[in-house]
Design a protein around this ligand. Sequence first.
Ligand SMILES: [Cu+2]
Length: 115
Amino acid sequence: MRLAALLAVLVALPVLAADKAPAATGKTIEIKVTENGFEPKEIKVKKGQPVTLSFLRTTDRTCIKAIDIPAEKVKGFELPLNKAVAVTITPAKAGVEKFHCTAMAMGDGKIVISD
Ligand SMILES: [Cu+2]
């Protein structure tokens, strides 16, 4: 049984690796920063599971050039123009965590965490 389980994992790995984000474990969610702010503004994740947030900023016309996710101790995470950057978090508690621009706490992004 053990061997079968191990083989199942090995077979599954290339499928996971084929995901777009480099070296990500778990799920990746892509978030764009456009003239409308974060797209999407709200994402849904599971408690205790690592999730990689891949941010791509496509405009210079908003103040969202770096972000904070205070509940995850992410501060001043820089978002270069037209270059995706990823941050992996593992939310520990169900609830809602916010993310927003570092400069003014704007953008009103929400991470909805379920059990
Ligand atoms: Cu701002």
